[in-house]
Unconditional design. Structure first.
Length: 415
């Protein structure tokens, strides 16, 4: 993807929007002038919005239609290249995921349809492009699962080595996923992941595609990829009344909000939806930060099977997205998440427990108010990523009708 396709102009501090920085190199440790020993503020990418052509970007042509010159139309993130950092790394067809109507007016944005079965592919197309742009010898990431698998895939696609620091209880399926891409997988105690990541970056010069700071800032380019979730929702149903987002560090939450804010800035809509964060009650650092009026918070983590969104620390991006959109910071227990996961499965969507947080958040507020438009629940990844997947074994049945009939009757099938 040619660099000139991008309208990105620089990086701007979210801690103080008056502070800006050049586009290169990408800032991987937040804003260097606003951070303190307790709080780090992220930066975002800024664009020459006045040069964007909204009509061309948001036309109604199907994303897989052929152009008149006989070449394929741009798919996935390529079609949004002007509003993204330069896409210098090759893609895997990320994005263009379906919006499934679960019930009248309630939609699920199914991010499990991405190449590595999670929303992280949108982020890693951008962060790996940053690594290519600065000539890094490889990338490094600290991840509980989805982020690491995605980073490993995009590094492999770009011909770069990838080092993944993960937890000691890494699900076997995710372990196999990481190794399939040739990543160097290093399970370590949870509290050691970020310090070891920092040392690896400093000593080997690898490009970090996850967090390096005390409170979460992450990579400057990564959340830009998440804006495309909002773009796609807009093309499918316009501006919904609300979007419910499974939330760990808040990068996806921020990206969804920023995408809709850009649509308003481009004159395509006059409003943004309420963007609700959906955290596990076992941690909930964003909910605490908002309740206490803080830019970020640290919490003690309790037990939860929703490991992908169980975080001891939040970041300022999430606070900004919830407050600016008029959303709410919701916390869900494992029972609520499991109930939502079962509802999704009965509708034909197999999701990771953490991914059901969006629907669980909607359900926690009661019947949705659809007077202002539909609501969208983002589902972030496949049920393949859950803890314990692969341990269930269905009891064999004898090959005769009596045995088969008993099993069918037990399932409620009679005849």
């Amino acid at each position: 993807m040619p660099t000139e396709d991008s309208l990105a102009t620089g990086q701007r501090s979210l801690g103080d929007p008056a502070l800006d920085y050049p586009l290169w190199p990408p800032l991987t440790a937040g804003c260097p002038r606003t951070g303190t020993k307790d709080v780090s503020y992220p930066v975002e990418v800024d664009y020459a919005y006045e040069k964007a052509d909204p009509a061309a970007l948001f036309d109604t042509a199907p994303p897989n239609s052929a152009q008149t010159n006989g070449t394929p139309a741009r798919r996935g993130l390529e079609r949004w290249a002007p509003l993204l950092p330069p896409l210098l790394a090759p893609g895997l067809g990320e994005g263009s995921t379906p919006l499934v109507e679960l019930e009248p007016g309630v939609y699920v944005k199914d991010e499990s349809r991405n190449p590595t079965w999670s929303h992280k592919d949108r982020l890693n197309r951008c962060t790996t492009s940053a690594a290519v742009g600065v000539g890094a010898p490889g990338i490094a990431v600290a991840s509980s699962g989805n982020h690491g698998a995605s980073a490993a895939a995009y590094a492999a696609r770009a011909g770069l080595p990838c080092v993944v620091f993960t937890g000691p209880d890494l699900p076997p399926n995710v372990d196999a996923f990481l190794n399939a891409y040739g990543a160097v997988v290093l399970p370590v105690p949870w509290e050691a992941r970020w310090p070891l990541l920092r040392q690896t970056v400093e000593r080997l010069g690898l490009h970090p595609v996850s967090n390096l700071t005390t409170t979460h800032t992450g990579h400057a380019y990564g959340p830009e990829g998440y804006k495309t979730v909002a773009y796609e929702i807009f093309r499918d149903v316009g501006v919904p009344s609300a979007v419910f987002v499974p939330t760990g560090y808040g990068e996806l939450l921020f990206g969804v909000w920023k995408g809709f804010a850009e649509l308003r800035r481009l004159g395509l809509t006059d409003r943004v939806p309420r963007v609700h964060s959906c955290e596990t009650a076992a941690s909930g650092p964003l909910a605490r930060a908002i309740a206490e009026g803080l830019p970020a918070a640290h919490v003690t983590v309790g037990p939860s099977a929703a490991y992908s969104i169980t975080s001891p620390v939040s970041g300022y991006r999430g606070v900004l997205a919830v407050r600016a959109s008029g959303g709410r910071a919701l916390t869900l227990d494992d029972a609520q998440l499991t109930s939502a996961q079962r509802d999704l499965a009965r509708a034909g969507l197999w999701t990771e427990l953490s991914s059901a947080a969006g629907l669980a958040g909607l359900r926690s507020l009661g019947a949705p108010d659809l007077s202002e438009g539909p609501v969208v629940c983002v589902s972030t990844s496949s049920g393949f990523k859950d803890l314990g997947v692969g341990t269930h074994r269905t009891e064999p049945v004898a090959p005769d009708w009596d045995a088969v009939g008993r099993r069918l009757r037990a399932a409620g099938l009679t005849g």
